[in-house]
Design a protein around this ligand. Sequence first.
Ligand code: ADP
Length: 319
Amino acid sequence: RVVVVGSFNVDHVWSVAKLPDTGETLAGEYHTGPGGKGFNQATAAARAGADTVFVCALGDDIGGQLARALATADGIDLRDAHSHAPTGTAGIYVDADGRNCIVIGAGANASLSPAFVADQHDLLGSASAVLAQLESPLAAVTEALRIACAAGVVTVLNPAPANAVASPELLALATVLTPNETEFVALLGRAGIDSPTADAIGGLGDDALHALCRRLHPRGSVVVTLGAAGCFVSHAADALRGDTSGTYRIAAEPCQAVDTTGAGDAFNGALVAALASRPGAAFAEHVTFANRYAGLSTEAEGAAASMPRQADFQARFGP
Ligand code: ADP
């Protein structure tokens, strides 16, 4: 079983010709759908085949009802802290070039507490893998990873969004860290490690990238996702039992990307699903699965809604 700890947001998205200036009123095409990094990742894990539990905080409102209905439809077991605050929301403007502006109303997500997470002790301690992000209160995320680590459960921490500041203790609790280029540079900066800018990360040689990963996360593995360039893996031998260390790149799958929103979420959900379903397999196999799954997710619009189902995955890549 996989346990995902994180956020649920109702995304409100306006497609606009250009992003609005201060004081400006614009019209745009509107759509809404489920999002939040935690829920996107839980949906990906479930659709990738994992028995998935999602630990979250929802409001007693229409957003909370949406989350419950969608979780039921995907067979996700919700552990909801039931908040009095409104369910989380995100207001998103996207311009014709795909640039965006986003405002998050954390709402109920902000009330996910360490005490509620501690109540899930048995669930976390008996999981095959635990996955979290930084879009929830960091004390709650830290508690979840602490419980998992103490029980010897594999933990994956997606250090997103980039502006959230994880403590060194929280980072050290991750068996695997999965930053994108922006998040990787932010983590390095906070750790006082010199690095190039985010757009230059993918162009670094493997040795240089590996050295940065080892300094950032000496005892664990790091997977840096590189968008359309796939990902880079710096795997530490002792992080996952029974597997050897390695440094390698995995190229992205050739895809007809129409919407890369949530690609990183697809990657993380699929990675824990793979870790849980084939615990003895080589790490490279798990990452290859995640890379393919994330690539396929870019071929559909939406965040949680665009997560591929197992049948779609198998139709594309085989069983
Ligand atoms: P984030 O969504 O967090 O910014 P990335 O952009 O790095 O994350 O994408 C995560 C993963 O999604 C990549 O490692 C890759 O596997 C896949 N991916 C993203 N964009 C594409 C693309 N254009 N074509 C194929 N795969 C992609």
